[in-house]
Design a protein around this ligand. Structure first.
Ligand code: PEP
Length: 250
């Protein structure tokens, strides 16, 4: 049985005080980490404070991006070693917003995945198709390509501890959700791809989230599906009440 993982992606929202209030309020209300992994992926400057607040609770803290080098002349970047030094547990990699607005390539994402695992940080690797690709029947080809590239060169033992987030781009922040059956179909297809590349153990153990307008009203149906092991949640992770409701459904 795969443990569900719910990760909130705060993107570039919340003041420092709002972030602190949120984490202090949810840390004692979230379900046990034996049942579900509860993660908040916050803006980089809040991470040390949030890690402190979450210490010795079941709340885990993640970053939304990082560089693939551990140090160097990369003005404005945050490194995997730096995230690891403040005990960040997860990092979102290859979010469609980063691919679109910051020209993040599949090659860079692949390097970032390697850098994350070498620092003991669990990568949440995003993939997903545009509306145009969906309408052209290219969803499966797109996610297979992105997943294959992101996982290139890793061992089965490494892959099984990773997380993949299937996020159809047309569903992110739009209020449109893929139907639970469609999301399950694509997540199942990703699992099959992982199986072909890395074997049955990796396919059975890797956790695959759905992301795209997840909210308290649709989470239960999504999680009832065989291949959906959790959710990457943007908008609905910004409110304590809706974040907690989503966790409780898991
Ligand atoms: C996201 O940020 O990855 C996301 C899925 O956002 P939303 O839940 O707001 O669609």
């Amino acid at each position: 049985m795969r443990k569900p993982i719910i990760a909130g992606n705060w993107k570039m929202y919340k003041s420092f005080d709002e972030a602190v209030d949120f984490a202090e309020e949810v840390r004692d209300k979230i379900p046990s980490a034996e049942k579900v992994d509860s993660v908040i992926c916050a803006p980089a400057i809040y991470l040390p404070t949030l890690v402190d607040i979450a210490t010795e609770t079941d709340l885990a803290i993640g970053a939304q991006n990082m560089h693939y080098e551990n140090e160097g002349a990369f003005t404005g970047e945050v490194s995997p070693a730096q995230l690891s030094s403040i005990h960040v547990d997860y990092v979102i990699l290859g979010h469609s917003e980063r691919r679109e607005y910051f020209n993040e390539t599949d090659e860079a994402i692949n390097k970032k995945v390697g850098a994350a695992i070498s620092q003991g940080i669990v990568p949440i690797i995003c993939c997903g198709e545009t509306l145009e690709e969906k309408e052209a029947g290219k969803t499966e080809a797109k996610v297979v390509y992105q997943v294959t590239k992101a996982l290139e060169g890793f061992k089965s033992e490494e892959v099984k501890h990773m997380v993949i987030a299937y996020e159809p781009i047309w569903a992110i922040g739009t209020g449109k959700t893929a139907t639970a059956d469609d999301a399950n179909h694509v997540c199942g297809f990703i699992r099959k791809t992982v199986g072909q590349l890395f074997g049955l153990d990796a396919a059975n153990e890797i956790r695959i989230q759905y992301g795209g307008s997840v909210k308290p009203e649709n989470i239960e149906e999504l999680l009832s599906k065989e291949h959906i092991d959790g959710a990457l949640v943007g908008g609905a992770s910004l409110e304590v009440a809706s974040y907690l409701k989503i966790l409780e459904a898991a």
